[in-house]
Design a protein around this ligand. Structure first.
Ligand SMILES: O=C(O)CCC(=O)C(=O)O
Ligand SMILES: [Fe+2]
Length: 289
């Protein structure tokens, strides 16, 4: 599938083609040029190491290992190839080396930029943004980060079909396997060197559902992955989400806004439906997972 392409500018996100942005909203995803000053090596190193024991490798890569025992941060998805870290901002500051932090901060900054650009395009009044997004427009809400490792020895699907839960996801991939649901079939998204894949999530879909040009949250999955050469498939992503203990909103064309449902209820439903495993309280504040 040929996705729209965009790049970051001082003002926001600029699409290469006229109507690129409305098309991206309909597609549910687009390609965003990786700004040249972002160093992705720390994310790549982390994704290749996080599941290994501390002593399993050279000393200089030790800060990227040993995450398997961190309960509530490391997840073994028993029905899928993926094992991943899902970690919020405060926990990142506690557990991540500074170079990974710098990279994730920059990726989250890009995601916020996308969120603001789309809200502007849709004509959502600026004074409503903080309420409607749980302040995600200002770096509030929850900024999740995920590092995914697809275990080659597992004869399973790579990752469950799902929509990301929040507003905007900035995803880094360099191997095939990602597929999106289009017209009842699964269409591959090829990795394009130099570009992130940006997805719109379920909270954004819900927020804009009553508008003339709603945002589509893209349903996606990862195929069963076989390693290319000696490298297992990996990916990493920055997610800009609403707070987990608040409300999800819907905005109308006349600017009226109303709470649509509670984040908690929405997330519990998502976890059960997507993963069918023991982590059904993941991401739900106040719940003991
Ligand atoms: O690994 C991929 O290509 C997709 C990962 C993903 O969908 C996610 O982390 O939400
Ligand atoms: Fe996803």
């Amino acid at each position: 599938m040929a996705l729209e392409r965009a790049q970051e500018t001082a003002e926001g996100i600029a699409f290469e083609r006229a109507y690129g942005l409305p098309r991206a909203l309909r597609d549910g995803c687009f390609l965003l040029e990786i700004p040249p000053e972002i160093d992705l090596t720390p994310g790549i190193e982390l994704s290749r190491q996080f599941y290994r024991p501390l002593q399993d490798g050279p000393e200089e890569t030790r800060p990227y290992r040993g995450f398997r025992d961190l309960e509530g941060i490391y997840f073994d998805r028993e029905h899928f190839q993926t094992e991943h870290l899902l970690i919020d901002g405060p926990a990142r500051r506690q557990h991540f080396p500074p170079d990974v932090m710098a990279m994730t901060d920059r990726m989250h900054g890009l995601a916020v930029h996308v969120l603001r650009t789309v809200l502007t395009h849709l004509g959502v009044p600026g004074h409503l943004w903080p309420t409607l997004t749980g302040n995600a427009v200002e770096g509030g809400g929850i900024q999740w980060f995920a590092a995914n490792h697809y275990r080659p020895e597992r004869a399973q699907l790579g990752c469950a079909p799902h929509k990301d839960t929040g507003f905007v996801t900035v995803l880094y991939i360099e191997q095939e396997g990602l597929e999106v649901r289009v017209d009842g079939g699964w269409t591959p998204i090829e990795p394009v060197p130099g570009y992130f894949v940006v997805n719109f999530g379920a909270a954004f879909e819900l927020l804009t559902r009553r508008l003339a040009t709603p945002v589509q949250a893209i349903l996606h999955r990862v195929q069963h992955c076989t390693p290319s050469g000696d490298a297992d498939r990996f990916s990493f992503a920055a997610f800009v989400n609403p707070p987990a203990d608040g409300l999800l909103y819907q905005v109308h064309a006349d600017g009226a806004a109303a709470a649509a449902r509670s984040s908690k209820e929405f997330l519990r439903e998502f976890n059960e439906k997507t993963w069918s495993d023991q982590y059904e309280d993941f991401g739900i504040s106040g719940a003991t997972a």
